[in-house]
Design a binder for this molecule. Structure first.
Ligand code: URA
Length: 243
């Protein structure tokens, strides 16, 4: 793997961080619209160490990030693709430079599903978190149309046969929260998996929210539609489950 550069010139730094074509970055620098580590810099070729670099673009503060790792509390009525069909894209909730950097969400949630979604531009991380062989567990809060009885709960735990699947699929855990709400943990991320599994026990999903990935829980203070950078504790919580 290529070693990441430890220094770069300002024009390239801004370009790599998603602030547009190099020509545009150069113009912003020459227009005195950029500060670096607290001081205005109008030299596009000025060299800066990347570690702990802080900069502002037109007054907005940014920390230099070699790669982007984010979480979002996905709202309902948003789609997880860049080219959407019926609803706005979740990427419209992110600052434009992050989208320019080519961030992708890691596994998609349905347009009517809410909750925790991870977003990154690190291909290795995306693969590690999404490849079926890593089996990163995901916990969903499932609100069903009808009360869920013990027999149905046990059926989810022992495995339900879905159309187009070779063998039955079982939930890792299934905890009843109220008569109609369960917390269900899945090891796979198959298309509409929760909805199909719940339909297979003759019930129906009325509300679906992802509340945990690996050991990372959706933070209570992350409001619907908000995003934030993953911190070291978050990354640790994600790596605990797929050693
Ligand atoms: N399972 C579903 O049915 N939908 C989702 O969005 C996620 C898991």
């Amino acid at each position: 793997m290529a070693k990441a550069a430890s220094k770069n010139n300002l024009e390239r730094i801004l370009h790599n961080q998603g602030f547009g074509a190099r020509k545009l970055c150069r113009i912003m620098i020459l227009n005195e619209e950029i500060t670096v580590n607290g001081e205005m810099c109008d030299d596009p070729s000025a060299i800066f160490a990347l570690a702990d670099l802080q900069f502002t673009v037109k007054g907005e503060a940014w920390d230099y990030k070699e790669k982007s790792y984010l979480m979002m509390h996905k709202p309902s009525n948003y789609e997880c693709s860049h080219k959407t069909q019926h609803h706005p894209t979740i990427y419209s909730l992110l600052p434009h430079p992050l989208v320019e950097r080519g961030v992708q969400c890691i596994g998609r949630l349905d347009e009517d599903t809410t909750g925790l979604i991870l977003i990154s531009d690190d291909g290795q991380f995306i693969h590690k978190m999404s490849a079926p062989k890593h089996k990163v567990p995901k916990v969903y809060e499932v609100t069903c149309k009808h009360p869920i009885n013990d027999e149905q709960l046990n059926h989810l735990l022992s495995g339900v046969q879905l159309i187009d699947e070779a063998s039955p699929i079982a939930a890792l855990t299934c905890i009843r929260i109220t008569d109609k709400i369960i917390h269900m943990t899945l090891a796979e991320g198959k298309y509409h998996q929760v909805k199909r599994m719940v339909a297979a026990i003759s019930n129906r999903v009325e509300g679906l929210k992802r509340i945990q990935i690996g050991e990372l829980k959706l933070p209570q203070d992350l409001k619907v539609g908000e995003w934030r950078w993953l911190n070291d504790d978050d990354m640790q919580a994600l790596s605990n489950k797929h050693k």
